[in-house]
Design a binder for this molecule. Structure first.
Ligand SMILES: [Zn+2]
Length: 272
């Protein structure tokens, strides 16, 4: 499943390509046909990411004052396919079960297999936001909300970081890598994480995920350690502990086990 940086990158790219001109919406697969008709011909005012969720804010049409929010959650199988070039005036044919196609002047996209693709009214939008913890990539995020949950919980910090109600946007790779950078063992209870550690964890996630948005991939390694800029690192060089056999700091064996339904990777020597 994509982590938060992917959705923030999509929000940024789609904001640049699709905001400010009327769009054509359709559902080649048919499952979103009525809602697509409702949106077609209207403009998107802004595209917003919150954790792993995307929200397209559609301008009201005609006399209606109601704005619609298109909520997309990719889940495990959802995929966007972006089209930048027309072929003899037409966008490429839809491939597979395309739930939603959006066509603008300069670009189009197809959405296949999303976990959620639905229209929300303003109340539904607020309800959805209310289910999400603070997102380290958002300037309006309030880390205190995450700290209150974590500092009172007996659950392992490695599980709390994956809980989107505690912190939104963090997935398995960021969880493993941030905890290793800070020397915190994934099984340590939330309430055993002290305030300074939490602050460092939040700052580290915000920084790492911002790098992820910029490069459109997860890059944990320090360019100074690798000896090359982030943009030129190989896939193997970008990560430090996720799916690695040895700890980059002590050389010991990395352990792996299931935690919150995903495989966590940690160094038993460097993390406590
Ligand atoms: Zn180690």
């Amino acid at each position: 499943m994509p982590e938060g940086h992917t959705l923030h990158r999509v929000a940024r790219d789609h904001g640049r390509l699709f905001v400010g001109a009327p769009l054509v919406a359709s559902s080649p697969q048919g499952r979103f046909a009525d809602d697509a008709r409702r949106l077609s011909g209207r403009e998107v005012d802004r595209v917003e990411a919150f954790g792993k969720h995307l929200f397209y804010h559609w301008a009201p049409k005609g006399r209606s004052k109601r704005s619609d929010v298109l909520h997309i959650h990719l889940g495990l199988y959802g995929k966007f396919r972006l089209h930048r070039t027309r072929n003899q005036g037409a966008w490429p044919e839809p491939r597979g079960a395309v739930r939603l196609r959006i066509e603008g002047e300069r670009a189009a996209f197809d959405l296949n297999g999303p976990n959620r693709c639905e229209l929300l009214d303003p109340e539904g939008y607020q309800r959805q936001l209310g289910r999400l913890g603070p997102d380290p990539l958002r300037p309006d995020a309030d880390p205190e909300r995450a700290w209150r949950r974590i500092s009172r919980s007996r659950a392992p910090i490695g599980a709390l970081l994956m809980n989107q109600e505690v912190l939104a946007g963090v997935g398995n790779i960021y969880r493993c890598e941030a905890l290793h950078l800070l020397g915190i063992h994934p099984e340590r209870a939330g309430r055993e994480v002290d305030r300074a550690e939490f602050d460092a964890l939040w700052a580290s996630l915000a920084e790492l995920m911002a790098v992820g948005v910029k490069h459109n991939r997860i890059i944990i390694a320090d360019p100074a350690d690798v000896g090359k800029p982030r943009g030129r690192m190989t896939r193997d060089e970008r990560l430090r502990v996720y799916k690695k056999p040895h700890c980059p700091d002590c050389g010991g064996a990395i352990q792996q086990w299931e935690l919150a339904a995903r495989k966590v990777f940690a160094c038993p020597e460097c993390q406590e």
